[in-house]
Design a protein around this ligand. Structure first.
Ligand SMILES: Nc1ncnc2c1ncn2[C@@H]1O[C@H](COP(=O)(O)OP(=O)(O)OP(=O)(O)O)[C@@H](O)[C@H]1O
Ligand SMILES: [Mg+2]
Length: 297
């Protein structure tokens, strides 16, 4: 893979959008993507799970990090929280190495760092610790060469867990619900991204804004699109995620949208997003070789 996709990426049209891929002695590093929005229920987890599954299906090695104490990404992939040997919580507190926390998702090429409600305690327990906002970045760094993509699902807040997710990432994708007041809070989120970029992670890049729960029959959805385009030209993904009942049902079965109903509108929209996401990174093709051997350690 190193000689194909990564070389193409280096010279591709959007190579500048790939600030974290380093060519150190032919070794590559994963592209780390954080899904963030402090508003709840906008589609962060749905996007993290289905984009990760899309990338794995394309032959990439993907690690999905559930950095939300709600543990919705963990549940969405069908994992039973009470049966988990360890979670991100122990790794964040330095009690266990991340290797002991990563679990296979049961899908080829897709691995998970699971979480449970216990993770909520991290914010208080790290209060006295130095560089507490870099914990996740430091945990992921040694694993970067084992995966092509690391996707981090963050909680609906701008607290320590989201800041950790932004500090660890090369790119941030913001899902935005097509609803009244959608833009409210966006300025605050973009301000946080900018502050993290200035003070903690100069490589952080806004990869795009993804419009979710889109309903083309309503004037409101179209107005929200126009407003985002006007305020942030070029940042909105062309792929629009429709409000789709199948997307809402899939997690309750522990399935990705392709496992649950690959013909539905939601699946098609997420496929378009996956392609567009790769395109924004300057990648037009799937890896020449299937999943990197030994991605799961
Ligand atoms: N496009 C969609 N159409 C219909 N339902 C959706 C869609 N996207 C997500 N949902 C459903 O809406 C709810 C919220 O979505 P999701 O959990 O992805 O949002 P979130 O931003 O991660 O929420 P939170 O902030 O609580 O973590 C879930 O029940 C999900 O299944
Ligand atoms: Mg969520």
């Amino acid at each position: 893979m190193r000689g194909t996709v990564w070389a193409e990426r280096k010279s591709g049209p959007a190579a500048a959008a790939w600030p974290r891929v380093l060519y150190k002695s032919e070794r590559r590093m994963a592209y780390i993507l954080t899904l963030a929005n402090q508003k709840g229920g906008v589609g962060k987890t749905t996007t993290a799970v289905n984009l990760s599954a899309f990338l794995a299906d394309q032959g990439y090695s993907v690690l999905l990090v559930d950095a939300d104490p709600q543990g919705n990404a963990t549940t969405s992939l069908g994992l039973v929280k009470t049966a988990l040997p360890a979670t991100l919580y122990e790794a964040m507190l330095g009690q266990l190495p991340l290797d002991h926390v990563i679990v296979p998702s049961g899908r080829s090429g897709l691995y998970l760092v699971p979480s449970t409600l216990q993770l909520a305690g991290v914010t208080v327990e790290l209060l006295q610790q130095q560089e507490r906002e870099r914990r996740l970045a430091r945990l992921l760094q040694p694993h970067s060469e084992s995966y092509d993509f690391i996707c981090i699902d963050s909680p609906p807040s701008l607290g320590l867990l989201t800041v950790n997710a932004l500090v660890a990432a090369a790119g941030v994708l913001i899902p935005l619900q097509c609803e009244y007041l959608a833009m409210e809070g966006l300025a605050q989120l973009l301000g946080t991204v900018e502050r993290v970029r200035q003070h903690l992670n100069p490589g952080l890049h806004l990869i795009g804004i993804l419009m979710t729960m889109f309903d083309r029959r309503t004037r409101l959805s179209l107005e929200v699109l126009q407003e985002v385009q006007r305020h942030l030209p070029g940042k909105m993904f062309n792929a629009l995620i429709p409000r789709n009942v199948r997307l809402g049902e899939a997690p309750s079965h522990g399935m990705t949208i392709w496992e649950y109903d690959q013909q539905c509108q939601g699946a098609m929209a997420y496929q378009l997003l996956g392609r567009e996401f790769l395109g924004r990174l300057g990648i037009s093709s799937a890896p020449a070789q299937q999943h990197k051997e030994g991605a799961y350690v």
